[in-house]
Write a protein that binds this ligand. Sequence first.
Ligand code: 9MG
Length: 300
Amino acid sequence: MPAVTDRQAGHYLYEGALELERPSLMGILNVTPDSFSDGGRFDHVDAALEQARRMLDDGAVIIDVGGESTRPGAADVDVEIEIRRVVPVIEAIRRETGTLVSIDTSKPEVMAAAVGAGAGMINDVRALREPGALDMAARLQVPVCLMHMQGQPRTMQEAPEYDDVVTDVLAFLTERVEACEAAGLARTMLVVDPGFGFGKTVEHNVALLARLAEFRALGLPVLAGISRKSMLGALTGRTVDERLAASVAAAALACLNGADILRVHDVAETRDALRVAAAVREQGQAARNRTDSGFGETRS
Ligand code: 9MG
Protein backbone atom coordinates (compact mmCIF):
# COMPACT_ATOMS: atom_id res chain seq x y z
CA MET A 1 0.00 0.00 0.00
CA PRO A 2 1.45 3.43 -0.87
CA ALA A 3 2.10 5.96 1.87
CA VAL A 4 -0.96 8.03 2.76
CA THR A 5 -0.03 11.35 4.28
CA ASP A 6 -2.42 13.41 6.30
CA ARG A 7 -2.60 16.89 4.84
CA GLN A 8 -2.41 18.67 8.18
CA ALA A 9 -0.17 17.06 10.68
CA GLY A 10 2.15 14.57 9.06
CA HIS A 11 0.27 11.54 10.34
CA TYR A 12 0.91 8.67 8.03
CA LEU A 13 0.13 5.12 7.24
CA TYR A 14 2.74 3.07 5.46
CA GLU A 15 3.08 -0.48 4.30
CA GLY A 16 0.05 -1.44 6.30
CA ALA A 17 1.41 -0.26 9.65
CA LEU A 18 -0.48 2.41 11.53
CA GLU A 19 1.78 5.25 12.63
CA LEU A 20 -0.25 8.05 14.17
CA GLU A 21 0.77 10.90 16.34
CA ARG A 22 -1.00 10.31 19.63
CA PRO A 23 -3.65 11.07 20.64
CA SER A 24 -5.43 11.14 17.29
CA LEU A 25 -9.01 11.93 16.39
CA MET A 26 -11.24 9.69 14.29
CA GLY A 27 -14.29 11.59 13.02
CA ILE A 28 -17.56 9.68 12.81
CA LEU A 29 -19.37 9.77 9.48
CA ASN A 30 -22.53 7.69 9.52
CA VAL A 31 -24.14 7.28 6.13
CA THR A 32 -27.22 5.48 7.41
CA PRO A 33 -30.78 6.78 7.38
CA ASP A 34 -31.15 5.99 11.10
CA SER A 35 -27.81 6.73 12.77
CA PHE A 36 -28.15 7.01 16.50
CA SER A 37 -27.12 10.58 16.98
CA ASP A 38 -26.87 12.24 13.59
CA GLY A 39 -30.11 10.82 12.25
CA GLY A 40 -29.12 10.24 8.62
CA ARG A 41 -28.21 13.83 7.83
CA PHE A 42 -25.14 12.63 5.91
CA ASP A 43 -26.72 10.07 3.63
CA HIS A 44 -25.85 11.95 0.43
CA VAL A 45 -22.36 12.10 -0.99
CA ASP A 46 -22.04 15.90 -1.08
CA ALA A 47 -23.29 16.33 2.45
CA ALA A 48 -21.04 13.51 3.65
CA LEU A 49 -18.03 15.04 1.94
CA GLU A 50 -18.76 18.43 3.45
CA GLN A 51 -18.99 16.90 6.91
CA ALA A 52 -15.74 14.99 6.35
CA ARG A 53 -13.99 18.20 5.29
CA ARG A 54 -15.26 19.98 8.39
CA MET A 55 -13.97 17.23 10.65
CA LEU A 56 -10.58 17.27 8.92
CA ASP A 57 -10.34 21.05 9.26
CA ASP A 58 -11.20 20.62 12.94
CA GLY A 59 -8.36 18.15 13.48
CA ALA A 60 -9.53 14.63 12.63
CA VAL A 61 -6.90 12.43 10.97
CA ILE A 62 -9.16 9.46 10.23
CA ILE A 63 -12.73 9.54 8.89
CA ASP A 64 -14.74 6.48 9.96
CA VAL A 65 -17.44 5.78 7.37
CA GLY A 66 -20.29 3.47 8.38
CA GLY A 67 -23.31 2.29 6.40
CA GLU A 68 -24.97 0.13 9.07
CA SER A 69 -26.05 1.41 12.46
CA THR A 70 -24.60 -0.46 15.44
CA ARG A 71 -26.72 1.26 18.07
CA PRO A 72 -28.56 -1.00 20.53
CA GLY A 73 -31.59 -2.58 18.81
CA ALA A 74 -30.47 -1.64 15.28
CA ALA A 75 -31.64 -3.88 12.43
CA ASP A 76 -29.23 -5.68 10.07
CA VAL A 77 -28.60 -4.11 6.67
CA ASP A 78 -28.31 -6.01 3.41
CA VAL A 79 -24.74 -6.19 2.11
CA GLU A 80 -25.54 -4.57 -1.25
CA ILE A 81 -27.30 -1.65 0.42
CA GLU A 82 -24.36 -1.14 2.77
CA ILE A 83 -21.92 -1.13 -0.17
CA ARG A 84 -24.09 1.35 -2.10
CA ARG A 85 -24.12 3.66 0.90
CA VAL A 86 -20.40 3.68 1.70
CA VAL A 87 -18.49 3.26 -1.57
CA PRO A 88 -19.38 6.60 -3.25
CA VAL A 89 -18.67 8.44 0.00
CA ILE A 90 -15.27 6.78 0.46
CA GLU A 91 -14.35 7.49 -3.16
CA ALA A 92 -15.31 11.15 -2.79
CA ILE A 93 -13.38 11.63 0.46
CA ARG A 94 -10.28 9.96 -0.92
CA ARG A 95 -10.45 11.85 -4.21
CA GLU A 96 -11.08 15.25 -2.61
CA THR A 97 -9.00 15.06 0.57
CA GLY A 98 -6.63 12.08 0.37
CA THR A 99 -7.13 11.46 4.07
CA LEU A 100 -7.18 8.08 5.80
CA VAL A 101 -10.67 6.54 5.72
CA SER A 102 -11.68 3.61 7.88
CA ILE A 103 -14.65 1.44 7.02
CA ASP A 104 -16.95 0.64 9.92
CA THR A 105 -18.27 -2.80 9.00
CA SER A 106 -18.25 -6.47 9.98
CA LYS A 107 -19.06 -7.82 6.53
CA PRO A 108 -16.19 -9.18 4.40
CA GLU A 109 -17.85 -8.08 1.13
CA VAL A 110 -18.16 -4.52 2.41
CA MET A 111 -14.53 -4.56 3.63
CA ALA A 112 -13.38 -5.57 0.13
CA ALA A 113 -15.55 -2.98 -1.66
CA ALA A 114 -14.51 -0.21 0.74
CA VAL A 115 -10.79 -0.93 0.48
CA GLY A 116 -11.21 -1.11 -3.30
CA ALA A 117 -12.75 2.36 -3.10
CA GLY A 118 -9.77 3.68 -1.12
CA ALA A 119 -10.42 2.90 2.56
CA GLY A 120 -7.13 2.25 4.35
CA MET A 121 -8.41 0.76 7.60
CA ILE A 122 -11.16 -1.56 8.87
CA ASN A 123 -13.08 -0.74 12.05
CA ASP A 124 -14.95 -3.87 13.08
CA VAL A 125 -17.19 -3.85 16.16
CA ARG A 126 -17.26 -7.67 15.90
CA ALA A 127 -13.46 -7.98 15.85
CA LEU A 128 -13.41 -10.03 12.61
CA ARG A 129 -15.64 -12.79 14.04
CA GLU A 130 -18.17 -12.87 11.18
CA PRO A 131 -17.65 -15.75 8.71
CA GLY A 132 -14.97 -14.80 6.19
CA ALA A 133 -14.05 -11.50 7.88
CA LEU A 134 -10.68 -12.59 9.30
CA ASP A 135 -9.54 -14.10 5.99
CA MET A 136 -10.71 -11.03 4.09
CA ALA A 137 -8.85 -8.63 6.40
CA ALA A 138 -5.70 -10.76 6.06
CA ARG A 139 -6.08 -10.64 2.28
CA LEU A 140 -6.61 -6.87 2.23
CA GLN A 141 -3.62 -6.19 4.54
CA VAL A 142 -4.90 -2.92 5.99
CA PRO A 143 -4.88 -1.91 9.67
CA VAL A 144 -7.82 -3.18 11.70
CA CYS A 145 -9.49 -1.92 14.86
CA LEU A 146 -10.66 -4.93 16.89
CA MET A 147 -13.53 -3.96 19.19
CA HIS A 148 -15.07 -5.95 22.03
CA MET A 149 -18.81 -6.54 21.99
CA GLN A 150 -20.81 -8.93 24.15
CA GLY A 151 -23.82 -10.23 22.16
CA GLN A 152 -25.24 -8.55 19.06
CA PRO A 153 -26.50 -4.96 18.66
CA ARG A 154 -30.15 -6.08 18.63
CA THR A 155 -29.96 -7.64 22.12
CA MET A 156 -26.63 -6.68 23.66
CA GLN A 157 -27.99 -4.35 26.36
CA GLU A 158 -30.49 -6.87 27.77
CA ALA A 159 -28.38 -8.36 30.58
CA PRO A 160 -24.63 -7.96 30.04
CA GLU A 161 -22.57 -9.94 32.55
CA TYR A 162 -18.86 -10.24 33.33
CA ASP A 163 -16.74 -11.74 36.10
CA ASP A 164 -14.51 -8.68 35.90
CA VAL A 165 -15.22 -6.52 32.88
CA VAL A 166 -11.63 -5.34 32.31
CA THR A 167 -10.11 -8.81 32.70
CA ASP A 168 -12.77 -10.40 30.48
CA VAL A 169 -12.49 -7.78 27.72
CA LEU A 170 -8.69 -7.98 27.83
CA ALA A 171 -8.85 -11.77 27.47
CA PHE A 172 -11.18 -11.42 24.48
CA LEU A 173 -8.94 -8.86 22.76
CA THR A 174 -5.86 -10.97 23.43
CA GLU A 175 -7.55 -13.93 21.74
CA ARG A 176 -8.59 -11.81 18.73
CA VAL A 177 -5.07 -10.37 18.35
CA GLU A 178 -3.68 -13.92 18.36
CA ALA A 179 -6.27 -15.00 15.77
CA CYS A 180 -5.25 -12.08 13.54
CA GLU A 181 -1.57 -12.92 13.82
CA ALA A 182 -2.28 -16.58 13.02
CA ALA A 183 -4.26 -15.47 9.93
CA GLY A 184 -1.38 -13.30 8.68
CA LEU A 185 -2.18 -9.84 10.03
CA ALA A 186 0.89 -8.46 11.79
CA ARG A 187 0.54 -6.87 15.23
CA THR A 188 1.65 -3.54 13.75
CA MET A 189 -1.65 -3.51 11.83
CA LEU A 190 -3.85 -3.82 14.92
CA VAL A 191 -5.67 -1.40 17.19
CA VAL A 192 -7.73 -2.56 20.19
CA ASP A 193 -10.94 -1.10 21.59
CA PRO A 194 -12.88 -2.14 24.73
CA GLY A 195 -16.18 -1.25 23.03
CA PHE A 196 -17.88 1.25 25.32
CA GLY A 197 -21.64 0.64 25.30
CA PHE A 198 -21.51 -2.67 23.44
CA GLY A 199 -23.04 -5.19 25.84
CA LYS A 200 -22.11 -3.23 28.97
CA THR A 201 -23.96 -1.61 31.85
CA VAL A 202 -23.11 1.92 32.97
CA GLU A 203 -20.97 0.42 35.75
CA HIS A 204 -19.08 -1.74 33.25
CA ASN A 205 -18.43 1.31 31.05
CA VAL A 206 -17.24 3.42 33.97
CA ALA A 207 -14.91 0.62 35.08
CA LEU A 208 -13.47 0.37 31.56
CA LEU A 209 -12.87 4.11 31.44
CA ALA A 210 -11.31 4.18 34.91
CA ARG A 211 -9.02 1.24 34.09
CA LEU A 212 -8.37 1.95 30.40
CA ALA A 213 -4.62 2.07 31.05
CA GLU A 214 -4.68 -1.70 31.64
CA PHE A 215 -5.32 -2.20 27.91
CA ARG A 216 -1.88 -0.77 27.19
CA ALA A 217 -0.49 -4.11 28.40
CA LEU A 218 -1.32 -5.47 24.93
CA GLY A 219 1.31 -3.12 23.47
CA LEU A 220 -1.09 -1.89 20.77
CA PRO A 221 -2.78 1.45 20.11
CA VAL A 222 -5.99 1.79 22.12
CA LEU A 223 -9.10 3.33 20.55
CA ALA A 224 -11.99 4.64 22.66
CA GLY A 225 -15.44 5.56 21.37
CA ILE A 226 -17.60 7.19 24.03
CA SER A 227 -18.94 10.21 22.12
CA ARG A 228 -22.65 10.91 22.86
CA LYS A 229 -23.20 7.36 24.15
CA SER A 230 -26.02 6.38 26.48
CA MET A 231 -23.67 5.88 29.45
CA LEU A 232 -23.19 9.67 29.33
CA GLY A 233 -26.95 10.12 29.26
CA ALA A 234 -27.29 7.83 32.28
CA LEU A 235 -24.60 9.72 34.21
CA THR A 236 -25.84 13.23 33.37
CA GLY A 237 -29.55 12.88 32.58
CA ARG A 238 -28.89 14.53 29.19
CA THR A 239 -30.49 13.63 25.85
CA VAL A 240 -28.24 12.60 22.97
CA ASP A 241 -28.18 16.19 21.61
CA GLU A 242 -27.13 17.57 25.00
CA ARG A 243 -24.07 15.36 25.61
CA LEU A 244 -21.29 17.55 24.21
CA ALA A 245 -19.75 18.48 27.57
CA ALA A 246 -19.97 14.91 28.86
CA SER A 247 -18.49 13.56 25.61
CA VAL A 248 -15.55 15.96 25.72
CA ALA A 249 -14.92 15.18 29.40
CA ALA A 250 -15.00 11.43 28.67
CA ALA A 251 -12.56 11.84 25.76
CA ALA A 252 -10.15 13.80 27.98
CA LEU A 253 -10.33 11.13 30.68
CA ALA A 254 -9.79 8.38 28.12
CA CYS A 255 -6.75 10.23 26.81
CA LEU A 256 -5.38 10.71 30.31
CA ASN A 257 -5.87 6.97 30.90
CA GLY A 258 -3.95 6.00 27.79
CA ALA A 259 -6.25 6.13 24.74
CA ASP A 260 -4.37 6.76 21.49
CA ILE A 261 -7.34 7.30 19.16
CA LEU A 262 -10.65 8.88 20.08
CA ARG A 263 -13.68 8.18 17.87
CA VAL A 264 -15.85 11.29 18.13
CA HIS A 265 -18.66 13.33 16.59
CA ASP A 266 -17.53 16.74 17.90
CA VAL A 267 -13.99 17.01 16.59
CA ALA A 268 -13.15 20.68 17.26
CA GLU A 269 -14.30 20.63 20.88
CA THR A 270 -12.61 17.31 21.59
CA ARG A 271 -9.35 18.47 20.02
CA ASP A 272 -8.99 21.31 22.52
CA ALA A 273 -9.73 19.00 25.43
CA LEU A 274 -7.19 16.47 24.15
CA ARG A 275 -4.48 19.12 23.97
CA VAL A 276 -4.95 19.73 27.69
CA ALA A 277 -5.23 16.04 28.56
CA ALA A 278 -2.21 15.09 26.44
CA ALA A 279 -0.06 17.78 28.08
CA VAL A 280 -1.01 16.50 31.53
CA ARG A 281 -0.40 12.90 30.44
CA GLU A 282 3.08 13.77 29.13
CA GLN A 283 4.03 15.54 32.37
CA GLY A 284 2.78 12.60 34.40
CA GLN A 285 4.77 10.18 32.26
CA ALA A 286 7.92 12.30 32.51
CA ALA A 287 7.60 12.41 36.29
CA ARG A 288 7.12 8.62 36.45
CA ASN A 289 10.18 8.11 34.23
CA ARG A 290 12.27 10.33 36.52
CA THR A 291 11.12 8.36 39.56
CA ASP A 292 11.81 5.02 37.82
CA SER A 293 15.35 6.09 36.92
CA GLY A 294 16.02 7.14 40.52
CA PHE A 295 16.35 10.84 39.65
CA GLY A 296 14.76 13.01 42.30
CA GLU A 297 14.85 10.34 45.00
CA THR A 298 15.50 11.70 48.46
CA ARG A 299 18.93 10.61 49.70
CA SER A 300 19.68 10.05 53.36
C1 9MG B 1 -18.89 1.86 14.98
N1 9MG B 1 -18.70 2.16 16.38
C2 9MG B 1 -19.62 2.65 17.25
N2 9MG B 1 -19.08 2.79 18.47
C3 9MG B 1 -17.80 2.40 18.37
C4 9MG B 1 -16.72 2.29 19.27
O1 9MG B 1 -16.86 2.60 20.55
N3 9MG B 1 -15.54 1.85 18.83
C5 9MG B 1 -15.38 1.49 17.53
N4 9MG B 1 -14.16 1.05 17.15
N5 9MG B 1 -16.36 1.56 16.62
C6 9MG B 1 -17.55 2.00 17.03
